[in-house]
Design a protein around this ligand. Sequence first.
Ligand SMILES: Nc1nc2c(ncn2[C@@H]2O[C@H](COP(=O)(O)OP(=O)(O)OP(=O)(O)O)[C@@H](O)[C@H]2O)c(=O)[nH]1
Ligand SMILES: [Mg+2]
Length: 282
Amino acid sequence: MRSSLTPLGPPVSRDRIITCFPKWYTPEACLQLKEHFHGQVSVACQRRNTGTVGLRLSKVVVLGDLYVGKTSLIHRFCKNAFDRDYKATIGVDFEIERFEIAGIPYSLQIWDTAGQEKFKCIASAYYRGAQVIITAFDLSDMQTLEHTRQWLEDALRENEPGSCFVFLVGTKKDLLSGAACEQVEAEAVRLAKEMQAEYWSVSAKTGENVKAFFSRVASLAFEQSVLQDLERRSSARLQVGDGDLISAYRNGGKSNRDPGEQEGLHPGLLLAGTCHSSLHFP
Ligand SMILES: Nc1nc2c(ncn2[C@@H]2O[C@H](COP(=O)(O)OP(=O)(O)OP(=O)(O)O)[C@@H](O)[C@H]2O)c(=O)[nH]1
Ligand SMILES: [Mg+2]
């Protein structure tokens, strides 16, 4: 089936266009070592046979202790800005970032959560339906690394087992150098392997690795979305072929997770959101 669904709105900016599969930070703790998009995904993109992938929002949640730099990381990527003053996130906030990956439009909804304990119950309401979980810690504060395991556990509890890509991100790379940085990174890589997470070190202050990191996040999520969409459509066709028309119709070509659920919007809770660029939904 050829997709006729094209999002409206301005073209994505040049630095959001991804043509090659972005590389990992370190091969020791990475989710996929391959250098190209999955063959089926490349073919689907060439034929523009990616179903509704271009219209959906993939949910990314960013978690971690207060003051580790979650908001700064997101702001560096989405607004190319850095603020030295600390303004605690209250509850949650989100940004929408549009990409073009292998010629197909793709959007991430990036949820910034509060690290302060008193806001945890608000923030945790937004963990559900995440395709990507980013657990952040401050490279200059080892305690924040130790706490990442608990943050991840809390987020995984709200999601189906095996349904999320997990990243462990060390922030404020500019504050460490040489042997000190290597030592913390080695410990973080060890933990990332245990968490089955991909490891990255970044600096929101200098911008080091920030764009590369989010390109990697977007590409892995995109590839998974296309593969899931292809699988869903082929199983719907099989069901029709089996004469099970009603069950195919009931599923409506949907995955187990409803796209609305993936968007994770729970009205009525404290929420301050910014749509970074205009999107039009069906
Ligand atoms: N040197 C340096 N400072 C940073 C970096 N990233 C963030 N900071 C500083 O660290 C402080 C906390 O950053 P935030 O991004 O607000 O931290 P947060 O994790 O969002 O905190 P909560 O919203 O309370 O959970 C701020 O003063 C930032 O300027 C970085 O890469 N390098
Ligand atoms: Mg914040």
